[in-house]
Design a protein around this ligand. Structure first.
Ligand code: HEC
Length: 300
């Protein structure tokens, strides 16, 4: 909804050079796009939606999971094949409830269980940013999954079990920095979607929050990032974690590969020092869970 005024302003600006300063007179929208870009980066650059080699956010990237192959969707503002036709309400519905404008369900491979925690203001800014990007015409590819996963209504059952709808509520017992770190990690950066193992019914296991998962998308191993000294990152200093999220380098000199590398390159590395410290504060406060992540026994 907020994009329409932008389109009009651009048209006006193009038609009448004298009208160009109109852009400057709408700091609201320009500000929304700019803030939205930062939120986009904090979410890891929505990198699952960009196939290697591009085009940006046009979807079609195969996400191999133990339940079949999901293809990410086109989230550019193309009206026919992307999300350009979505109203603000449609965008909120997708991000908060995991539902498409026609009421069908998305699969939880799209981390709406995390994005539902975003504030209203941040959702609006993120949409403004996404809608400011180039539209790419590229039809979505059907997922290759079998029943019961292929029954989209199975997602409705999943939602009833695991989806807690609504924006993040700050914990008044905790500091502002801690709450900022929790918000960033849980709502935007969705660390738990990969680093928390799932139960049999595929919900995130709350008793194992960030304790590592052998079933992260694309069959990757997402290590334990709780402060356990032996199996987690208890021995990393705050500066180590900040450096890792900025560069991909671990304290032992090794560097991140795969999905984690993409999230850093396309997103996390742009976070401010204050925000990276907030994430470190939040992670450091979590219970240390002793859990060594290992490849499943049936892996090659
Ligand atoms: C899309 C999945 C995904 C998301 C989201 C994600 N990670 Fe990761 N992360 C991984 C994978 C996979 C690895 C292993 C990378 C490797 O082996 O090189 C990893 C590695 C790491 C490591 C290195 C740990 C070690 O012991 O080597 C840290 C620290 C980390 N992630 C922190 C985070 C934080 C903090 C967030 C949220 C701000 C986050 N990750 C979000 C998938 C993810």
């Amino acid at each position: 909804m907020r994009v329409r005024p932008l389109a009009w302003l651009l048209l006006l600006a193009a038609a009448a050079p004298g009208a160009a300063p109109a852009m400057e007179e709408d700091p609201g929208l320009a500000g929304a796009v700019e803030r939205g870009e930062y939120l986009f980066q904090a979410s890891g650059g929505c990198s699952c939606h960009t196939p290697s080699g591009g085009p940006l956010l046009a979807g079609g990237r195969a996400l191999e999971t133990p339940f079949g192959v999901f293809y990410s969707t086109n989230i550019t503002p193309d009206v026919e094949t992307g999300i350009g036709g979505w109203s603000e309400a449609d965008f909120f519905r997708a991000m908060r409830l995991g539902e498409a404008p026609d009421g069908s369900h998305f699969y939880p491979v799209f981390p709406y269980a995390a994005f539902t925690r975003m504030s209203d203001a941040d959702l609006r800014d993120l949409q403004a940013y996404l809608f400011s990007l180039p539209a790419v015409e590229k039809p979505n590819r059907p997922h290759e999954v079998s029943p019961p996963i292929s029954w989209r209504w199975s997602a409705a059952i999943w939602n009833a079990l695991f989806l807690e709808v609504g924006a993040y509520q700050p914990d008044p017992e905790r500091s502002e920095e801690w709450n900022r770190g929790a918000y960033l990690s849980v709502a935007l950066a969705h660390c738990g979607e990969c680093h928390t193992p799932r139960t049999l019914l595929l919900g995130l296991d709350p008793s194992m929050h960030l304790a590592g998962s052998a079933e992260a998308p694309e069959g990757e191993l997402a290590p334990n990032i709780t402060p356990d000294d032996e199996t987690g990152i208890g021995e990393w200093s705050r500066a180590d974690l900040r450096w890792f999220l900025q560069t991909g380098f671990k304290p032992d000199g090794d560097d991140a590969q795969g999905l984690m590398r993409e999230l850093i390159d396309q997103g996390y590395r742009h976070l401010t020092t204050a925000d990276l410290n907030a994430i470190a504060t939040y992670l450091g406060s979590l219970p240390a869970i002793h859990n060594r992540v290992q490849a499943p026994a049936n892996a090659e």
